[in-house]
Structure formats: C-alpha cells, structure tokens
Design a protein around this ligand. Structure first.
Ligand code: ZN
Length: 520
C-alpha cells in the first residue's frame, strides 16, 4: 500500500465556503496547510495537482462554480491521483452526494484515500475507511462550529502572525492589562529568574540542584506551585523566551519581547541536550549514581584471545553472606532484551574501582590548568559558533520556503536541489553543535571555584561534574578479571586509607586490574 502510494499522485484540494453562516479559512491558508503537511511527510508536491474553489456564492446543489472540484474528479478519472489532502472533510465534500461520487471513483480508478492535514486518513476501499469517511461528511455537514481540527488550524493562522495562543500565562510574561489579546509583556521579576537560570545552566550547572534551590528560595512558578525538573526544562527550551512563536515545529517572529538572545538560546539547547540525561528517572537515574557508567568495559579475554569489550553494567547486587546489596560493576552475558552482550566473567565492587580511577585522574592533572588545556579559546569561539548556528537555521528555513513549486517563481527549488542543500546545511549544523558541546563541557572545568584546586573541587562537586571531567580526560576504563585473594587495598599507611574508609573500604581489591586509557 505504502509502496504504491509513493509512485502515484497526491493532490491538495482547498475550498473557500460559507457553510451554515460560517466562513472557512481562505484558500491560500488551506493550501499552505496542505503543503506543510506534504513537507512533514516528505512528499513531493506536483503543482498540477493542487485544486481549489471559491464557492461562496454558489448554490449547494450546483457544480457550476466549482471548477476545481470538477478538475480534481477529472484528474482522478485520468488515473493521476491516488490520494487527496484536505484540511477538513467538509472542504472536500459538501454533502453525501459529493462523498458518494468520490467513493464511486475508487471502483474505477487507482484513487483510494482522503487524508486530512491533522494526519487522519480514510482509505475508502476498506469497509472501516468508507464508514468513517461517510460519518465525517455527515458530522461536518451538520456540525455546530466547534471542531478541534478547525481550532487547531485557527491557532496556526494566528501563530503565523506571531500571536500568543492563549491558555495559562507563561512564566516570565503577563497579559497586558486591558491590552489586546494575543500579545504578552515581560514580567520583570520572573524574567530575572529566567536569565539567572539560563546563565547558570550555560555555566555548567545541573538542572536538579537548580530546581531544589528555586524551591528552597520559595520562588513561585507561574501557577504559584513548586518547581520540577520538567518545569525548568519546558521553560528554558521554549522558543518563546527568545521572542519566537512556534507552532508544530515552525517558528514565527512573536508579538512579544525576548527575554534572552537567540544566541544564548541556541547555546543553551546544546548544553541541555547533554544535561537532559540527568532527568531520566527510575533505573537510568540510579545508574547515573555510578561514576563510571558508560565509560567502563570488560577486559576479560575470550576463547579467541580477544578482549570481551562489553560495557559493564552498574547496579547494586548481593552475594552470599552479604547482608545488603552493594554497588558493583558487572559484565552481563545478555542485555535487557535478551540479546548476547558480554562474557559474564567480570564482577567487581564499584567503590574501590571508582576510588582508584578518581585518584588516578586527580594525580594526573594536579596543578594543571585543565580548562585551558581542553578549551583555551572557548568563550570567543562559542560566541562565533552560536552566531553561525543561527545563520544556518535561517538558511534552512529559507530553503524550505523556496522548495514549494510556484508557477513562474524563479526562486523555487527542485526537490533534488532542496535535498542537497538541506543535507549540506544539516551537516554543517551538526558539526557546529558537536564543537559547541565539546567547548561547553570544557567550560564546566572553568567553573572550578577560585582558590580551589582540582582535588578540592572534585571533593566538593556533584557526580555530574565529576563525570564531565572524566569524559574529558578518559577514553575508557578497562576492568580485568582476577581474584584479589586476601590482598587488602588501600593499605592502612596509604594516603588513600581515610578516603577509602569514608566510602566503606578498605576492600579486597587489586588496583592493577584497572586500566585507564587517557584522552589528553
Ligand atoms: Zn565480559
């Protein structure tokens, strides 16, 4: 079904009408909706297959004023159309007679499907599709004027003019007193909170502690309640705060002022895509409490003499005679979906491994200016990269607009040209984003408080910061199998002894079974 659809024509039909005293959206808006829908689906638009009518003055029983409808039927009869896209069923069929005429054509031609721009699809050659479509036509012709589809489309028309969609008040803004609906003004005290959040997130702070702090400071949300990680994430990822109205993935200049610059917004989204992992709840969140998650792998040799190489799975497990589960890294033979994963030979307490790796990192970079080592020119370069990213986005939007075929328009892009340009811009953008992500990570290092060295900062920092540092200097940690026997680590005269004691050590552990591969 999908395969055949690819090869044949898809049409757009639009109709301006006054049904039961209600005026439809104008034909251009309907066609633009149809074109957006084609773009969303990745379909080609054949300009010859766009049909429209203006039948405001026509009698409902007459086709005299509906040349577009007659052309559509002719195109279907000629075998050019398999699918018609409309914004609403009522635009296509005014009544049951229209619907029956369309359905009859499915018996004689390749025409099968009516699809709405909200994604609803009626395959008229199936019993279900046929019934659903007739019901929709009946509902539409007797409708009261409050369909959700139409509301959605009104919203989009308003979005294009940059108006606020209504609903509850967004944080950072308020509706102007006695002012026009559809616009917003800045609520300065809340805007200050937004700027503070953005600045601190850009400086490498994590979402969770910020949320806790907002609640501690009793900063109210827009609704007056508590902050949650999702409240903060929604707030700082909404293009609203850079003065942009977005609707279904498309952005329009808004009627309200920006709170942060588009450049800060771009940088923030890069930082957050990394930070976002922190928000994962449940098992993944527990795994996050293991310093070496994702970095540590199994070094056991297989029968073929090659190392296992499977990522070790962190988790608390209890072995015989232990009273409570203890944190461990483990090579599993199977992953959670039952697929073969590793050799199952390596199984080690997490505490001593983490202490050994931390100590190695601190020793290796003691006295080094890590920030300068990793990202010496970060601030200036970030500034430029953010600007580049903004420009690339504009180019991409322009190309998307030029893609639509309009008769005689010298700026139109052929599909192949568009795809080539799109691929090129997207490649450039992802390269910029990768570079920004690396630089932003480097900036986390610059966040070492003045007067502290790496070791002091490490002790004071949260796990996320330590993991960032590790990922910057370590390629991976390999854990080899082996039984420590009665060997105790660290020894009681070691400078690590007190630290180990605080972590539940010392342990039966052999640090020579831990191998670190360095990046720098
Ligand atoms: Zn293994």
């Amino acid at each position: 079904m999908v395969e055949t659809l690819k090869a044949v024509g898809r049409a757009i039909y639009a109709r301006l009408s006054q049904d039961r005293g209600r005026m439809s959206e104008n034909v251009d808006i309907q066609i633009a909706d149809g074109q957006d829908y084609f773009a969303d689906q990745g379909w080609l638009i054949d300009e010859r297959l766009i049909f429209s009518d203006n039948d405001i003055s026509a009698s409902i029983f007459s086709d005299k004023e509906r040349p577009g409808w007659l052309d559509l039927l002719a195109a279907i009869r000629a075998g050019l159309v398999q699918l018609v896209v409309v914004t609403e069923v009522a635009r296509l069929c005014r009544n049951l007679a229209d619907a029956m005429e369309l359905i009859a054509l499915t018996k004689e031609t390749t025409f099968t499907t009516v699809e709405l721009t909200n994604g609803v699809r009626y395959n008229l050659t199936t019993v279900q599709g046929y019934h659903d479509f007739l019901k929709a036509v009946l509902d539409a012709s007797g409708e009261s004027g409050k369909s959700s589809v139409r509301l959605k489309r009104r919203k989009r028309a308003r979005a294009k003019e940059g108006y606020y969609n209504g609903g509850s008040r967004p944080y950072g803004y308020r509706k102007p007193e006695g002012g026009a609906t559809g616009t917003l003004e800045v609520a300065e005290s809340e805007a200050a909170i937004i700027r503070e959040l953005v600045e601190r997130l850009l400086a490498g702070e994590m979402v969770m502690p910020l949320v806790a702090e907002l609640n501690d400071r009793k900063v109210p949300t827009a609704a007056g309640g508590r902050w949650w990680p999702t409240t903060v994430m929604k707030l700082v990822t909404s293009p609203r705060i850079k003065g942009v109205r977005s609707h279904l993935g498309t952005e329009y200049p808004a009627t309200w002022p920006a709170i942060i610059s588009p450049e800060e917004f771009e940088r923030l989204q890069v930082v957050l895509s990394d930070n976002m992992r922190q928000l994962n709840t449940g098992r993944r969140y527990t795994r996050r409490s293991y310093l070496l998650t994702g970095l540590i792998e199994c070094g056991a040799l297989g029968a073929d003499g090659k190392p296992c190489g499977a990522k070790l799975h962190p988790g608390a497990t209890k072995v015989q005679r232990e009273e409570a589960p203890r944190r461990r890294y483990r090579c599993f033979k199977f992953d959670s979906t039952g697929q073969p994963h590793g050799c199952g030979k390596v199984f080690r307490l997490a505490g001593p491994v983490e202490l050994a790796v931390s100590e190695a990192v601190l020793t290796a970079y003691e006295g080094e200016d890590l920030a300068a080592l990793i990202a010496p020119d970060a601030p200036e370069e970030l500034h430029e990269l953010a600007a580049t990213l903004g420009e690339d986005k504009k180019r991409l939007e322009q190309a998307s607009r030029d893609r639509y075929w309009r008769r005689g328009d010298p700026l139109r892009l052929e599909e192949g040209q568009f795809l080539a340009i799109q691929a090129e811009i997207k490649d450039a953008m992802s390269a910029v984003q990768r570079r920004m992500a690396r630089l932003e990570q480097g900036r986390a290092l610059a966040a070492i408080p003045p007067g502290m060295n790496l070791r002091q900062a490490w002790d004071a920092a949260d796990l996320g910061w330590r993991q960032t540092i590790l990922s910057l200097v370590v390629v991976k940690v390999i854990l080899y199998p082996g039984y420590p026997g009665r060997r105790v680590w660290p020894a009681d005269d070691s400078p690590l002894f007190e630290r180990a004691k605080a972590l539940g050590g010392p342990w039966c552990f052999d640090p020579s079974k831990v191998d670190i591969q360095w990046k720098l």
